[in-house]
Design a protein around this ligand. Structure first.
Ligand code: LIP
Length: 294
């Protein structure tokens, strides 16, 4: 129980049921160009399935928890604020571009935040039947196809800086201006050799789903994930899973070690016995004084 007297484990179990029901709709959907709607640009899209799934999740959660607030990607509009009250933060389909391409890195992401801190997280990929779940204080678990849940992290060793790191990045939908320029600078610095001014990291990965990538970081399978410009619904659920696994989430810009869930700039670092702080400081040093507009 926390200070709102919430049974977080019971909430998590119910959210898993809802995520699986939503996942069946996503799995059985057949998105076409007719059901794909362009939002800001062709890299920022939504489908009728996103909207239908959000309606289902909202109905289920508000019937069971009528006093909790709800923020969903597809019903969000400017002015909606995340308050201190218990709030479900939902991305009905994280990885919509993957979804319309039939690329199976797609998930339902349902988080519960209290005082803007993630307390419950469920991420479910219906195409791989891969589930991650966590409730604050109770650990994080993953399972595949209904198999035995494994406690996270699956693997853990000391962090040894950027050099040996596999890092998740995303291109996002801003392809000009300061946000794009900072992405280019960070990506090329991570990739370049030391002789040409870079950090020569082991590898960069771009899956098209922030939630799934953060869960992989929580698993211990990638060292970090960095994105500026994503939204609370992309990260809220996976953030809880990451922290329960022993990872940390800090600001994507230098300085803030405890950002709020709607920070829009995120650096997730995997569970490790040592080296998390040094890893973050090394990453932040690449950004320096450059800033995005988020
Ligand atoms: C997407 C993210 C992705 C990010 C995109 C977008 P969507 O979520 O998960 O990592 O780069 O900008 O926000 O739109 O598929 O729910």
């Amino acid at each position: 129980m926390d200070d709102y007297s919430l049974d977080l484990e019971a909430i998590c179990s119910y959210v898993v049921e809802v995520a699986k029901e939503a996942g069946k709709i996503i799995h059985d959907a057949k998105p076409t160009s007719l059901t794909t709607i362009t939002k800001k640009n062709t890299a920022d899209i939504v489908t009728e399935t996103d909207k239908a799934v959000e309606r289902l999740i909202r109905d289920r959660l508000s019937a069971r928890y009528p006093t909790f607030a709800f923020v969903g990607e597809e019903t969000y509009h400017e002015g909606v604020a995340i308050t201190d009250e218990p709030t479900f933060i939902v991305d009905p389909i994280d990885g919509t571009s993957n979804f319309v391409h039939g690329f199976p890195a797609v998930c339902v992401s349902i988080g519960l935040v209290v005082r803007r801190v993630p307390k419950v997280g469920v991420v479910y990929n219906p195409f791989r039947q891969e589930l991650w779940r966590a409730a604050h204080g109770h650990g994080a678990y993953t399972s595949v196809a209904g198999g035995e849940p494994a406690k996270l992290p699956l693997t853990s060793s000391p962090l040894q800086g950027l050099g040996p790191a596999c890092i998740g990045i995303e291109w996002g939908s801003d392809r000009e201006g300061p946000n794009f320029e900072l992405n280019l600078k960070v990506f090329t610095t991570l990739a370049r050799t030391a002789a040409t001014g870079g950090r020569f990291v082991n590898s960069l990965r771009c899956t098209g789903s922030a939630a799934i990538t953060i869960c992989r970081v929580a698993n211990g399978q990638q060292e970090a994930f960095w994105e500026c410009g994503s939204w609370a619904w992309d990260v809220a659920a996976a953030w809880c899973i990451l922290v329960e696994a022993g990872g940390i989430m800090v600001d994507g810009h230098p300085g803030e070690w405890s950002p709020p869930v709607d920070n829009r700039r995120y650096l997730a670092v995997r569970p490790a016995t040592t080296g998390q702080r040094e890893f973050v400081e090394e990453f932040w040093s690449i950004i320096g004084d450059d800033r995005t507009t988020y």
